[in-house]
Design a protein around this ligand. Structure first.
Ligand SMILES: N[C@@H](CCC(=O)N[C@@H](CS)C(=O)NCC(=O)O)C(=O)O
Length: 264
């Protein structure tokens, strides 16, 4: 039994980064132990026993051995138990931030399906779908805080939820040349996204780490799975991503070997 709660996590995982951001915002990073899981290896049976067989991370284990799953659930739990709540205290404002948070599922799915798509003919449809979701968030921010930067006056709960996705979607910038078009349909969300990316509490990962680690997602192989012809996942811890070359940008015709990716 540990004194601190433990988060089982994958360091580059966006869902886990939400928790790291929240703890950093509250100055409570040291109040939680982080136990690293390597998803390129078979999962520890002890951990599987704790989760009753599910493999998705992050997973929280309390000091008395109870388990919580789902990043948004753990995020809200941490917000209640550590320091001053980051959530809005006004009930209406809290409802507004929850409305924005409710958009994260479709947003996350659109970005991941886009990067994993292997059919060049469908590329524009995935791009359009993601842009429509950005326009929707733009409209939401214009409605609730037209002249501001964040949803409210500062980086808060909704920002902790979305910022890790904005960072993962760097894989779209790199592998799909994705960019927000110019124009006022995107200006408010562009400003929000830029401020989220720069915030000091959200610097746990870098552009280079995301691009290199998520290379196999761009080839349609997620969660540590191996693309055809490869024997080492781009999610491995060794060799470290810092020591590997930048992967080829062309994901549709790419078939880089383990060696070309610096994985062996
Ligand atoms: N809805 C879950 C999603 C978690 C999730 O998909 N985690 C990924 C890592 S980014 C994972 O654990 N993948 C490995 C697996 O599912 O075995 C949450 O918000 O916590």
């Amino acid at each position: 039994m540990t004194i601190r709660p433990t988060i089982y996590h994958i360091p580059v995982c966006p869902f886990s980064q939400r928790l790291e951001i929240l703890l950093a915002l509250k100055g409570c990073t040291g109040d939680v132990a982080f136990s690293v899981v390597d998803i390129t290896k078979p999962r520890d049976p002890e951990l599987l026993k704790k989760t009753r067989g599910t493999t998705a991370l992050p997973v929280l284990e309390t000091p008395d051995g109870r388990i919580l799953k789902e990043s948004l659930v753990i995020l809200r739990y941490f917000d209640e138990v550590f320091g001053t709540p980051v959530r809005r205290s006004d009930p209406f404002e809290h409802a507004v931030e929850n409305m924005l948070i409710a958009k994260e599922g479709p947003f996350t799915a659109a970005g991941y399906l886009f990067v994993m798509n292997q059919d060049r003919a469908k590329r524009d449809a995935f791009n359009d779908k993601l842009l429509a979701l950005y326009r929707d968030i733009n409209g939401f921010l214009v409605e609730h805080n037209p002249g501001g930067t964040f949803l409210f006056d500062d980086f808060g709960l909704a920002e902790a939820v979305f910022t890790p996705m904005f960072m993962r979607f760097w894989f779209l910038d790199y592998y799909e040349n994705f960019e927000l078009p110019s124009g006022e349909e995107y200006d408010r969300v562009r400003k929000w996204k830029a401020a989220c990316l720069e915030h000091e509490a959200a610097q746990q990962v870098s552009y280079e780490e995301i691009v290199k680690s998520y290379h196999d997602y761009a080839l349609g192989a997620g969660n540590g799975a191996l693309p055809k012809g490869r024997s080492v996942s781009s999610f491995v811890f060794t060799p470290d991503w810092k020591d590997r070359p930048w992967p080829p940008r062309d994901k549709y015709d790419a078939a880089a070997t383990d060696a070309e990716l610096g994985l062996v």
